[in-house]
Design a protein around this ligand. Structure first.
Ligand SMILES: [Zn+2]
Length: 423
């Protein structure tokens, strides 16, 4: 399945319907400034010296994005700014270049090269976790490199030529581009503001969904710095917003401000509650998760459609705490199968344990899944156990609203069917 197929069910017709938004064509944000989105967004500022491009899309869909922009300007790319080193922002630049043009200057945060190096060092791990996150199992990545069409490990063909630390102001063709560092989804994240056109490009600091500040399988996120960055962006007073994912806001400064500030509030609330819970005697992590009251918000840009607010708590705990869960037995735990066999024996066998899990699934799905894990770990070869556990996780996947929770639970079901408890 290619990248477009993978995300098809998350694609909406209006910016408020989906994070993974397709603009049918270029959207004019301001004079000589256009936005296009196909999975992720790009923004082109036409200047007297050439085009300044913010982000470049996935390599596979960059030609589609480039054709949107090229329907409005044929000028060469003078400068490209990557808001982060992720595959959907920093890898599509070649498609935007015009024939015979000089190499563009490429701007990114100082931490970006280390990110590319890390992906190379952990390629097998990243293939597996991306396969799970985006709707498959490890089998998918075993099918071969780039089976999903979205995996790129190592630096892009056109990596940054200009690295900055806290902020750099570029002057190109009569326009100013303020590039600000903000650790948020990643440690190499930037947002870009062009004051003359009053256009703000927040990258993935705004994606029309609960911020991707919790992602269960990925490295540290920084929700408190993210919130500060959202407040700094709101203070700029931009008239138009060109987000990393989802549709743009054009010439509506009040709405831009409301979107940024409400998102900051939610992140600050989760961080404050998590720290307060940690400060109550540093309880086990699971107790902290259940102590935090997640904000209930109606704004369409604060829904758990991609990440999940509950997962953000975990990122805060991880940053301020250690790896130990706080459960005594998990300091030096037994192998999963050894513990699971003992629990299954107590229950009268792995099938009985799985059936108890099935009986609980309708009333307490969290407990049901915990029992189901033990049942599968105790008897991964048992067809009846596999079928029951797979069914529980299929139902749980269907009950979730966020892409990550849906896909990780769907992966759990696929593993159960194969008698492979997540390995
Ligand atoms: Zn992105």
């Amino acid at each position: 399945m290619d990248i477009l197929g993978r995300f098809g069910r998350y694609v909406g017709k209006s910016p408020e319907e989906a994070t993974f938004y397709w603009t049918g064509g270029p959207v004019e944000l301001a004079e000589r400034t256009w936005f296009g989105s196909a999975f992720s967004g790009v923004t082109a500022f036409d200047t007297e010296a050439g085009v300044v491009l913010v982000d470049s899309g996935l390599k596979k869909v960059a030609p589609m994005l480039a054709s949107m922009i090229r329907s409005r300007t044929r000028a060469p790319i003078h400068t490209a700014i990557f808001t982060q080193g992720h595959v959907d922002h920093a890898f599509g630049l070649e498609a935007f270049l015009v024939e015979g043009q000089a190499p563009p200057q490429v701007v990114g945060h100082r931490a970006m090269p280390a990110r590319f190096a890390r992906y190379q060092a952990t390629e097998g791990h990243n293939r597996a976790i991306n396969a799970r996150q985006f709707g498959g199992t490890v089998r998918d990545h075993e099918a071969g490199p780039n089976a999903g069409g979205y995996e790129t490990f190592g630096p892009p063909a056109l990596p940054p030529t200009v690295l900055y630390d806290r902020r750099v102001d570029l002057s190109v063709g009569g326009l100013t581009f303020e590039v600000h560092h903000c650790r948020g989804e990643t440690d190499d994240h930037s947002f870009v503001f062009c004051p003359e056109r009053s256009v703000l490009c927040p990258g993935d600091l705004f994606i029309w969904a609960m911020p991707n500040a919790g992602n269960p399988q990925k490295v540290q996120r920084y929700p408190w710095e993210w919130a500060a960055g959202l407040r700094a962006m709101a203070a700029l007073g931009a008239r138009s917003l060109a987000p990393g994912h989802g549709g743009p806001v054009v010439d509506d400064p009040e709405r831009v401000k409301q979107m940024l500030l409400s998102t900051a509030e939610v992140l600050e609330d989760i961080v404050a509650q998590t720290l307060a819970a940690m400060n109550q005697g540093s309880p086990p992590h699971v107790d902290i998760v259940h102590a935090v009251r997640l904000p209930e918000r109606d704004e369409p840009w604060l829904r758990n459609t991609y990440d999940d607010a509950e997962f953000i708590i975990r990122n805060v705990i991880r940053y301020f705490g250690g790896w130990w869960s706080g459960r005594p037995s998990e300091l030096k735990p037994p192998p999963r199968a050894a513990l699971a066999r003992e629990i299954a024996d107590l229950a009268g066998g792995a099938v009985a344990l799985a059936e108890r899990a099935r009986a609980l699934a309708g009333s307490d799905v969290r407990v049901a899944c915990s029992l189901a894990d033990h049942a599968l770990e105790a008897a991964p070869e048992d067809e009846a156990v596999r079928a029951i556990v797979a069914a529980i996780y299929r139902e749980r996947s269907a009950s979730e609203t966020g892409l990550m929770a849906q896909n990780l639970f769907a992966s759990a079901a696929a593993y159960a069917e194969e008698g492979r408890p997540y390995r």
